[in-house]
Design a protein around this ligand. Structure first.
Ligand SMILES: *Cc1c(COP(=O)(O)O)cnc(C)c1O
Length: 466
């Protein structure tokens, strides 16, 4: 497509100025942040691609909805609006609002996991696996092998490997499986979708064994768009219809409204089983708040309800993914190693090939996030060995085959010109890659270490490692 045939399907009503820093300032700032981009001040970042979570620009409709907040302690009208929208667009019967996605993960993990149980899933997610483990569960990865290969161009790398899943069921017994944790677009695999064909086969297998499917639906609309684009038989279906078809193949969901649903804060747990809903409704009071607000203000629930309806609009979702692919293609054309295919919420750099001279134990992806900040004030995030954490039995690092830097694109926030600047910065860093040193921990927190860890720079390694 010619670039002039495309433009963002919105115009800008309010702007937020950006500040540029000098390379000398940035060298000091990232060192003071312990070489961890999470520890930078936002004001010191030029283009912020740390995450697409809670960073979206809300629409004028959503802001208008904020003024309609019913801040009653109980029975807020915004809760009933949100409930209606979830039923209409996702088809789940019951919802319990939570402050964000992990609030819902906490509840479902406590409700369904008994110590020693297993939770298979299509690749781990950081907070999801931690809540499963804190409840005494053991996560087992059953995603297809292609998902672990950054060069495989298979269009549905989020698919579940039925043989792996069946082997887990045979090995531990269906009664010891708390549920199947199924994500639509798999974040840690690079924002890769799962196909409806695969979901149907997974549904058949799990139903034979009476295993529930809990859907991590943070980016279900993005997944539905990829199905519309690439799965035979869906090219004429709307994204909204595909979203509903996906949800219908699952028993409940955890939602981070900070992704698809275009809000700065919010989430929910959705369920079809009335008994389980009654338990969740009771448990949420302990950790989040009454079941008609779950840690959210009425106005936040209203903004999320409106955001859900916008998330499945064809022009919106196409533009969202187009912008991500625009950046990805600029990098690919310049020969920068990116994960294939390009995902829906961000472009993922393959740090192993970008920095062949840094061994995985010196955190190449983390080192690359430092270089991108130093080069152009671009904030990105490590999705490799640091994010993967340690094995809870052995205490050794998990060694993921994917050693990635994620450039997550906030929704409706940046323009294609910003993407041009990001691409040029990364290309500069690539040309200078052999001057990028590895890192070592100086502080390693116990839980989700990537958020608060601190590092020091190692001496520069000159020869590529074998
Ligand atoms: C963000 C995210 C979560 C957790 O949601 P929070 O709103 O950040 O608590 C869970 N799963 C996936 C796939 C996510 O991207």
């Amino acid at each position: 497509m010619k670039r002039s045939h495309w433009a963002e399907p919105y115009k800008i009503k309010m702007v937020e100025p950006l500040r540029k820093t000098s390379p000398e300032e940035r060298k000091k700032l990232i060192a003071a942040a312990g070489f961890n981009t999470f520890q930078l001040k936002s004001a010191d970042v030029y283009i912020d691609l740390l995450t697409d979570s809670g960073t979206s620009a809300m629409s004028d409709r959503q802001w208008a909805g904020m003024m309609l907040g019913d801040e009653a302690y109980s029975g807020s009208r915004n809760f009933f609006h949100l409930e209606e929208v979830v039923q209409q667009y996702y088809g789940y019967r019951y919802i319990v609002p939570t402050h964000q996605g992990r609030g819902a993960e906490h509840l479902i993990s406590r409700l369904l996991i008994r110590p020693g149980m297993y939770v298979p899933g299509n690749m781990y997610f950081t907070t999801t696996r931690l809540h499963q483990e804190l409840a005494g569960g053991n996560f087992i990865d059953v995603i297809i092998d292609e998902a672990h290969d950054p060069d495989s161009v298979f269009p549905f790398k989020g698919n579940i490997d039925l043989q792996k899943l069946e082997a887990v069921i045979q090995q531990v017994g269906a009664a010891n499986i708390a549920y199947l944790s199924l994500a639509t677009t798999v974040n840690m695999a690079g924002g890769q979708p799962i196909s409806l064909d695969n979901m149907r086969q997974v549904r058949r297998l799990t139903q034979q064994h009476g295993i529930r499917i809990i859907h991590d639906m943070a980016r279900v609309a993005e997944n539905a768009f990829m199905i519309q684009q690439h799965e035979p038989g869906y090219e004429h279906k709307t994204v909204a219809a595909i979203v509903k078809e996906i949800c219908a193949l699952t028993d409940g969901a955890v939602m981070s409204g900070k992704k698809d649903a275009l809000v700065n804060i919010g989430g929910f747990l959705a369920l079809n089983d009335e008994g389980l809903y009654e338990e969740a409704k009771n448990l949420v009071i302990v950790y989040e708040g009454m079941h008609t607000y779950g840690g959210l203000a009425g106005r936040d629930m209203e903004a999320m309800a409106i955001g859900i309806t916008e998330s499945v609009e064809e022009a919106h979702i196409a533009a969202r993914v187009y912008q991500v692919h625009y950046l990805g293609n600029l990098l690919k054309e310049a020969g920068v190693p990116v994960l294939n295919p390009i995902g829906t919420h961000g472009v993922f750099l393959n740090a192993r090939t970008f920095l062949p001279h840094i061994p995985q134990t010196s955190f190449p992806a983390q080192a690359l996030t430092v270089a991108l900040y130093e080069t152009g004030g671009i904030r990105s995030v490590e999705r490799g060995i640091v994010s993967a954490g340690r094995n809870k039995e052995t205490g050794d690092h998990h060694y993921p085959s994917l050693e990635l830097v994620r450039l997550a694109i906030p929704r409706r926030v940046y323009t294609l010109s910003h993407m041009d600047v990001v691409a040029d910065t990364i290309i500069d860093a690539y040309e200078n890659r052999f001057n990028i040193p590895g890192l070592a921990f100086t502080l390693e927190p116990k839980y989700l270490r990537f958020f608060q860890a601190r590092f020091e720079q190692l001496a520069l390694q000159t020869a590529p490692i074998a």
